[in-house]
Design a protein. Structure first.
Length: 397
């Protein structure tokens, strides 16, 4: 089965000095327009209780370009500026839909440097990408080909904190098809000692990418702290720190892509635990290790790849006692400290903590798919109770 999937293909490119100056100017104008439109919408709501939409901000942009103070907005392509207003409209839609917080102003130093071009603002022909206001095509490193016979619908140019330039081309990928259905199912327990433990008994080692570069990172951060703010030396030192962070993130992302692709290809049903990572990192002793494990990014990759290839991902309730529940007899232990890695149940079964948790997650997830059960913590020692929500029994009068 073929699915219509919009997929972004990201490539690195090396701009000329003129192209870099033009793109930097575009990034600044995009940030300026976004902030001015956000300020206008906020002021209209606070003072007049009036909602300003995209069409009104677009009219404001036309008026801003005619003023002497903002005449420099005419020097860059108008498409990225209009796209910035559309992004702001989307941000407000998410806010009013209670899916996100109120939009924030973009910062020159902290916000992502990017500009989005639609088909009217670039030309893609014979493997060359030429943006509006530029006389030469971008020197792109084509690390992988685009799908044959398709054309990009949008192109997003960005520069990361390490100074690297990227272009992301969004297009339809007809090569993504649902994989043949299989009966294979797996439960996955995320951890720190091992990155993932599967219900099959396999344990995937935690690469600890941040730990490998921790000494070099600390050294460059100490040097950065000694530089005078605003100096050229500080800018160079900051770039060295950013390159180390980028190297760590690239290795982590590569590992997660390989793991998630393999899991999706091999299994029809994948059961994971619904972890609240943003709360877990408040533990200052484990925050660095949890952040390095990137459980949220792992889940995100797993979910969109499962959607691409016709697989199912089930997230079990975070309060389900997967570690304390015996997968053999269903007995629930009172306590299970983190330092206990193996334990023996009263039924005589000896469990590896993580493998047992993966078995319980798989059983709970399959119960959800078979009978629509809701997984919730069991508050007493069960006798092989199912995962369905237990309704309180009515007492006879």
């Amino acid at each position: 089965m073929t699915t219509h999937v919009k997929r972004a293909f990201k490539y690195r490119f090396y701009p000329t000095d003129a192209q870099a100056a033009e793109l930097s100017r575009t990034f600044g104008c995009v940030r300026k327009v976004y902030n001015m439109a956000l300020a206008a919408r906020t002021e209209a709501w606070v003072t007049r209780q009036e909602r300003v939409n995209y069409n009104q901000t677009s009219a404001m942009l036309t008026a801003w370009k005619k003023t002497e103070e903002l005449a420099y907005l005419n020097e860059v392509s108008s498409v990225p500026l209009q796209q910035a207003l559309r992004h702001l409209q989307t941000a407000f839609a998410h806010f009013f839909g209670k899916r996100a917080k109120y939009p924030r102003f973009k910062s020159r130093k902290k916000s992502r440097r990017s500009a989005e071009y639609t088909t009217s603002a670039f030309r893609f022909r014979d493997g060359e990408l030429r943006l509006a206001k530029m006389s030469e095509p971008l020197r792109i490193v084509w690390s992988r080909p685009l799908p044959e016979g398709v054309s990009p619908s949008t192109g997003t140019v960005s520069q990361d904190t390490a100074g690297r330039w990227f272009v992301s081309l969004l297009c339809d990928d007809p090569g993504i098809r649902h994989l043949p259905a299989t009966d294979a199912a797996v439960g996955i327990d995320a951890g720190l000692e091992h990155l993932l433990t599967l219900s099959t008994g396999e344990k995937i080692a935690n690469p600890r990418h941040e730990r490998r570069d921790r000494a070099a990172l600390a050294r460059q951060q100490r040097r950065l702290a000694k530089k005078e703010k605003g100096s050229a030396n500080r800018a160079r030192a900051r770039l060295k720190v950013a390159k180390i962070h980028a190297r760590i993130a690239d290795r982590r992302r590569d590992t997660l892509h390989k793991i998630t692709t393999r899991l999706v290809r091999e299994n029809q049903t994948i059961v994971i635990e619904d972890l609240t990572v943003h709360n877990m990192v408040k533990n200052h002793r484990l925050a660095r290790a949890i952040s390095d494990a990137a459980w949220s990014e792992f889940r995100s990759m797993l979910e969109y790849k499962a959607q691409w290839y016709g697989r199912e991902v089930i997230a079990v309730d975070r309060w389900f006692p997967s570690s304390k529940l015996c997968s053999a007899c269903g007995t629930l232990q009172d306590r299970m400290p983190l330092n206990v890695r193996t334990w023996t149940c009263d039924c005589g079964t000896t469990h590896d903590r993580d493998v047992n948790a993966a078995h319980n997650l798989l059983a709970a997830g399959l119960a959800v798919t078979v009978c629509g059960a809701g997984v919730r913590p069991q508050r007493s020692t069960p006798d092989r109770q199912s995962a369905t929500k237990q309704k309180p029994s009515r007492r006879e009068p």
